[in-house]
Design a protein around this ligand. Structure first.
Ligand code: GLN
Length: 304
C-alpha cells in the first residue's frame, strides 16, 4: 500500500473543498486557533511513518485524551470500572445531561464528558498527584517527554465549564463521584488541555492497533482483551451522536476532540491522526471526517 501517494491525493482533494464548520467557541482559549490548518499523520505497524501539512503543529487534543485516561484507569482498576460507567453508545451530544438523571448518575460510556469525569474521579482516588501521573502515562505511551498540558486552555475551560460542573454535581448527588468536585474537574480540564501533534498522536495510539502492545518498544500497555474493548468503545461511542455516521463513512474505531483532532486505528495495520479546527454541528472536525472517509475509501481499508 502506497500510503504516501494516497495521503497526498486525499490531502489535495480535501484542501480543494470548502472548509466548512465553526471553531469551538465555548472554551475561549480554543477560539484563537487558525482555522485553515490541516494536518495528517499515519503510523503503520511495520514502521511506515508519514504525514502532511500541519502534522508537526501542537493542538489541544481535548476529548481524544479520554481514551488515554480510560486506558490508564482500565490498567489500574480492570473491570471494576464498569460498575460506574457503561459501554453503550449515548446517541447524545458529548456534554448532554439528559440521560444522566434517567440512568441514576451512571454515564452511558467513558467517551462522553460525564463518563470521562467518572474516570477522572477514579484516577483522583488512586493517585496522590493524578495530573502528574496522567501526564507521565501519556508521555510513556507516546514515548515522548515533550508532551504537556496547556495551562491557559485548562484555566480557560475551568472558568466556563458550566455544563461539566452540572454533570459532576448530578453524579455526586447520585453517589457516583467519590472526591471533591473541584479536584476532579481540575484533572478533567487539564487532561483535555493536553497538546500533541498529529505525529505524536498517531504514534501514541499505535498500541491499540497492535493488540495492546507498543510495536516499537514491545511494551504491553493493555492486555489483548482490554485493548479490543477500548477499540470497541471508540467504534461505538467515539463520536457521540455521530458515532454511527463515522462507522458508516469511515469504518474505523476512532476518537474526536473539540480542538479539531481525530485519531483512528485499524487493528493489525495502522494508526492515523488528522487535525483541522473547524467542527461540524456534532462537534467533530469537518475536514477530519472528510479526510478519513476519503482515506478509507481510497485504501479500501476499514474494519468492515
Ligand atoms: N474539554 C471539552 C469539554 O469538556 C471536551 C469536549 C470534546 O472534546 N468533545 O467540553
Amino acid at each position: 500500500m502506497d500510503y504516501q501517494k494516497i495521503i497526498e491525493a486525499v490531502y489535495a482533494e480535501v484542501k480543494s473543498w470548502e472548509n466548512k464548520g465553526q471553531i469551538a467557541q465555548y472554551i475561549p482559549e480554543l477560539s484563537n486557533v487558525n482555522p485553515r490548518q490541516l494536518g495528517v499523520h499515519v503510523s503503520t505497524l511495520d514502521g511506515y511513518d508519514v504525514g502532511m501539512g500541519d502534522h508537526h503543529t501542537k493542538f489541544s487534543i481535548q476529548s481524544i485524551a479520554k481514551v488515554l485516561s480510560l486506558t490508564l484507569a482500565y490498567r489500574l482498576r480492570g473491570n471494576e470500572l464498569w460498575k460506574r460507567v457503561g459501554v453503550e453508545p449515548s446517541g447524545t451530544p458529548f456534554n448532554s445531561l439528559v440521560q444522566l438523571e434517567h440512568d441514576q448518575g451512571i454515564p452511558r460510556n467513558p467517551m462522553i464528558n460525564a463518563g470521562a469525569i467518572v474516570i477522572c474521579d477514579i484516577l483522583v482516588s488512586h493517585f496522590r498527584n493524578p495530573k502528574k501521573e496522567l501526564l507521565a502515562f501519556v508521555r510513556e505511551v507516546a514515548q515522548n517527554p515533550d508532551i504537556a498540558f496547556n495551562e491557559s486552555v485548562a484555566q480557560s475551560e475551568l472558568s466556563v465549564g458550566y455544563r461539566n460542573t452540572a454533570l459532576i454535581n448530578l453524579m455526586k448527588a447520585f453517589g457516583n463521584i467519590d472526591n471533591d468536585i473541584e479536584l476532579v474537574l481540575d484533572l478533567y480540564c487539564y487532561m483535555c488541555s493536553l497538546e500533541m501533534t498529529c505525529q505524536e498522536l498517531s504514534r501514541a495510539f499505535l498500541f491499540l492497533a497492535n493488540d495492546g502492545i507498543d510495536p516499537i518498544t514491545q511494551h504491553q500497555v493493555l492486555s489483548l482483551t482490554r485493548s479490543k474493548r477500548v477499540n470497541a468503545i471508540m467504534q461505538t461511542c467515539g463520536f457521540y451522536d455521530e458515532a454511527g455516521e463515522f462507522s458508516f463513512r469511515v469504518g474505523l474505531p476512532g476518537k474526536s476532540g473539540v480542538g479539531g483532532g481525530i485519531v483512528a486505528v485499524h487493528p493489525e495495520h495502522f494508526s492515523i491522526a488528522v487535525w483541522s479546527p473547524r467542527l461540524n454541528k456534532k462537534g467533530n472536525s469537518y475536514r477530519g471526517m472528510k479526510f478519513l472517509e476519503q482515506f478509507t475509501t481510497q485504501t479500501g481499508l476499514s474494519v468492515f
